[in-house]
Design a protein around this ligand. Structure first.
Ligand code: GLU
Ligand code: ZN
Length: 300
């Protein structure tokens, strides 16, 4: 268990209504913070302006409150954090470089090694041989900003469920984007800066983000060498009937739909807690009892 003060966060992306898959992860994050007598912050991750749905943040907050999940303060919404992200990129200095490659150029330069839908390792077309120089191939185009990984640089991540991992980020995934060509800040940079500045110490989130933890840990170390590493808990994702991550596409039901049909908050909590392996048979669950169940799980 963490020795330092526990500060966690709920970090919804306001791209639609809260559904049971995300609600389950949020319930776990809330329980973990409460079982540690910690603080929990709410952060609206409206980084991606074009994907942000008008009013979704307010609706998510309302659904969380209905479920009984409260928070102790806020970490500012990402759409207000332009200056902070700009400062971070400046602080990274020669560890960044402009990249003018299009997606098509990256794929073309990576074939035939790249396969599937996963983005290939960036083939370093614009990476300057001398750090800090501009090596972009098409200086007339708008540039993305990439992080310059270094060979042999090891990053350790400690996760309470998945265990420890040590990554060579240069080998995988290679130089990654901090700011896109269209000017949007990359998720990797934004969450790292936000977690640092709001004093987050423990992150509970879905396992889909497990592979981005090493990049975030590396940025954190460079931006704040004195800060303690984050403690992570990546949880299995709720799956849809097709076996893919549960989302609107494969049948995730918005919490408000359940509410409208008369499902009570205690019933829904019981169902989510049963999915987390915390609670028998999806019976209605009061929050106090769930916190106690989570505590027992922590001790075990
Ligand atoms: N906003 C992200 C999501 O909703 C979570 C980011 C994180 O927890 O680091 O999937
Ligand atoms: Zn490039």
């Amino acid at each position: 268990m963490a020795q330092r003060p526990y500060v966690g966060r709920l970090a919804p992306s306001p791209t639609g209504d809260l559904h049971q898959g995300i609600a389950r992860t949020f319930l776990a994050a809330w329980l973990d913070a409460r079982a540690h007598a910690g603080r929990l912050l709410l952060r609206i991750e409206d980084l991606d302006g074009p994907r942000t749905v008008e009013g979704a943040a307010e609706r998510i907050e309302e659904d969380l409150a209905w479920l009984g999940l409260d928070w102790d303060g806020r970490s500012p919404a990402q759409s207000t954090r332009d200056k902070a992200y700009g400062r971070a990129v400046e602080a990274l200095g020669a560890r960044t470089y402009p990249c003018t490659c299009t997606r098509r150029e990256v794929w073309a330069a990576s074939a035939p090694h790249a396969d599937g839908d996963e983005a290939p390792r960036y083939p370093e077309l614009c990476r300057p041989s001398t750090p800090g120089k501009n090596g972009s191939l098409h200086p007339e185009r708008p540039a993305a900003l990439r992080f310059r990984t270094e060979p042999g640089e090891q990053v350790a991540v400690r996760d309470r469920r998945r265990g420890d991992r040590v990554d060579d980020v240069h080998a995988h995934p290679g130089d990654f984007v901090l700011r896109r060509r269209d000017g949007l800040w990359a998720y990797q940079l934004a969450v790292t800066v936000d977690d640092l500045e709001s004093g987050v110490s423990c992150v509970v989130r879905g396992e889909d983000l497990w592979d981005s933890a090493p990049r975030q840990a590396l940025l954190r170390r460079l931006l704040a060498p004195e800060a303690q590493p984050l403690e992570w808990l990546h949880l299995p994702l709720a799956l849809g009937e097709d076996g893919a991550r549960l989302s609107k596409r494969n049948g995730a039901r918005p919490i408000r739909e359940e509410r409208a049909q008369g499902v009570s908050a205690a019933e829904l909590r019981g169902r989510l807690a049963a999915e987390l392996g915390l609670w028998p048979h999806a019976e209605p669950a009061e929050l106090d009892a769930l916190v106690e169940a989570w505590r027992i799980k922590l001790r075990g």
